[in-house]
Write a protein that binds this ligand. Structure first.
Ligand SMILES: Cc1cc2nc3c(=O)[nH]c(=O)nc-3n(C[C@H](O)[C@H](O)[C@H](O)COP(=O)(O)OP(=O)(O)OC[C@H]3O[C@@H](n4cnc5c(N)ncnc54)[C@H](O)[C@@H]3O)c2cc1C
Length: 309
């Protein structure tokens, strides 16, 4: 199974298979031979790297949390379902899409550290997935051999009502966050996305707008700390990463900077009750006029009112 997966992410040879690029059959057969040889050489080389990668992982993760329990390879029965279930844009998942050589379903922060260290050492790209809502599938596809670090098990939400702050692990969803805050106090909330299955890891690194936007701005305006694994596998907080990096990861596309383990955010006040209503208009009923008026009126309304068209 692994060998098959390793073959599948070597699509570069497809171009060379076009018959018109060869002058005659002799040239064709020698070219095919060269391609086949290079596939087997590259694949066995990759395979060795992959086995070294797997062997490297335990040495860099916490002994009390065996990383073996977090590793899924294509021969595991749940590999395919976890891969697909958490890929939000199914159009990207054609049979031609290259699959990861492994999915590391991190159970402990040290699993993220080990994945970064070992992938770098053994030539694998790391794709990080929290909620899997990336429109382009960047968290679960790649054109080079890659491993997915899936954060869904790291999903704790620790709310401190004394300081009105929360530490949220990357694998938690926006819906889980709203629910946990409401469980603690009905008069607090957090300004984030409308969709309740977004992963906190990816969503908070890419701005985060929703129904509290007019009153409180964006999610990133309320982030006060973070836990970040850097390219050398070290864990940083706001102080150790420095203000420049802390600024960049809030909106700059986190994947360029490291792996977010958790964000710390400040909660906001909300009324215990809100009124929600929907008005439906067809074009015949004046929807165009409504849209036009909405643009003029919406910015001038009190901040406690959010109107979405
Ligand atoms: C149905 C739907 C509704 C949406 N609604 C809203 C909305 O209301 N408001 C809004 O602002 N946005 C919305 N979005 C956009 C959404 O916020 C972004 O797509 C966001 O990046 C999704 O984060 P994720 O963790 O779910 O996705 P993922 O696919 O897991 O990740 C997105 C990106 O972040 C990277 N990443 C993920 N986790 C980590 C991590 N822990 N460390 C480092 N990098 C990481 C991934 O590699 C990828 O590049 C919506 C998207 C969809 C598909």
């Amino acid at each position: 199974m692994r060998a098959a997966a390793l073959h599948s992410y070597k699509p570069l040879n497809h171009e060379n298979n076009a018959p018109h690029s060869f002058g005659n059959m002799k040239a064709l057969s020698s070219a095919v031979l060269v391609v086949l040889l290079s596939i087997s050489l590259v694949s066995s080389h990759d395979q060795i790297d992959f086995h070294h990668f797997l062997r490297c992982l335990p040495a860099h993760s916490h002994r009390s949390f065996p990383i073996a329990e977090a590793i899924l390879v294509p021969s595991n029965s749940s590999f395919q379902s976890i891969y697909q279930l958490r890929a939000n844009n199914l159009r990207i998942l054609s049979s031609a899409t290259s699959r990861p050589v492994a999915i590391i379903t991190a159970l402990h922060p040290s699993h993220a550290q080990a994945t970064v260290i070992c992938a770098k050492r053994h030539g694998l790209q790391v794709r990080i997935r929290s909620g899997g809502h990336d429109y382009e599938g960047l968290s679960y596809t790649s054109s080079v051999p890659f491993v997915i670090m899936d954060m869904f098990n790291l999903n704790s939400i620790d709310i401190d009502m004394r300081t009105k702050t929360a530490w949220i692990q990357a694998g938690a969803t926006t819906g889980e966050l709203y629910y946990r805050i409401a469980e603690k106090r009905k008069v607090h909330g957090f300004p984030s996305g409308v969709c309740t299955t977004l992963g906190i890891g990816g969503h908070l690194s890419g701005v985060g707008y929703g129904v509290l936007m007019r009153k409180y701005g964006l999610s990133i305006d309320h982030i006060i700390d973070a836990q970040l694994v850097d390219a050398d596998g070290r864990i940083h907080n706001r102080r150790s990463m420095g203000e420049d990096v802390f600024w960049a990861i809030r909106g700059g596309g986190i994947t360029s900077f490291g792996v977010i383990l958790a964000w710390r955010v400040k909660l906001v006040r909300v009324p215990p009750k809100v009124t929600v209503f929907t008005v439906q208009r067809t074009l015949d009923q004046g929807a165009t006029e409504l849209a036009y008026r909405w643009q003029q009126v919406a910015p001038k309304l009190p901040k406690n009112l959010f109107v979405r068209l």
